[in-house]
Design a protein around this ligand. Structure first.
Ligand code: ADP
Length: 180
């Protein structure tokens, strides 16, 4: 058993189908703690960084033509081109967080996911794009979780310090509310 953290993203189809509550309730079965949560507009840059290995993996699995098509449609999907331009990103923390959440999420292909899992209940294969619209992303290993959580969240956005931090002086412009 290991104390782990896991990034969960409720994808754009999960949001437009109003599944946020159902998904959070389903994961609450795991007795894990939410230590970060926010709504995010997924930019092309964020999508590319998040799925940095997906293009090569899909080409290896399906060949050049099909692999690139799946990759590009998945990029459109996560950026909200088919549903809404927002996702809900959460960080869960606790014992065996990754395995517990992946089990509740179910297989990547929603048609192969057990009917009782989140993807089995709410996912579909889009008949036009072929994309597995599987409503939720979850980290698949401790290494990926670290990379993904550090990509999506700043240290101060989490209620727990789960990775080492450092203090740096950074000069930058900040957007604030306009004073009257
Ligand atoms: P997971 O999200 O289960 O970790 P991957 O990282 O392999 O799976 O894939 C990322 C996302 O790309 C999937 O969640 C799914 O939305 C989409 N995807 C993956 N494989 C396929 C496929 N063969 N056909 C259509 N969409 C796919």
């Amino acid at each position: 058993m290991a104390i782990q953290q896991c990034l969960v993203i409720i994808k754009p189809d999960g949001l437009v189908k109003s599944l946020t509550g159902n998904i959070i309730t389903a994961i609450s079965e795991s007795d894990l703690k939410i230590i970060g949560a926010k709504i995010v507009n997924v930019t092309k840059e964020l999508a590319e960084s998040h799925y940095s290995d997906l293009r090569a993996n899909q080409i290896a699995k399906h060949g050049e033509k099909e692999g690139i098509k799946i990759f590009e449609e998945t990029m459109n999907y996560i950026q909200g081109k088919f549903h809404t331009d927002r996702v809900f990103a959460l960080v869960y923390y606790g014992e065996d967080a990754i395995e517990k959440i992946r089990k509740l999420a179910g297989s990547t292909n929603p048609e192969q996911a057990k009917f009782t899992t989140i993807r089995g209940k709410y996912g579909r294969i889009n008949s036009q794009t072929g994309v597995f619209e599987n409503v939720i992303h979850t980290s698949d290993s401790e290494k990926t979780a670290k990379r993904e959580i550090q990509l999506w969240f700043e240290p101060e956005e989490l209620t727990k310090q789960i990775y080492p931090i450092e203090k740096k002086e950074i000069k930058m412009d900040k957007i604030t509310w306009k004073s009257e």
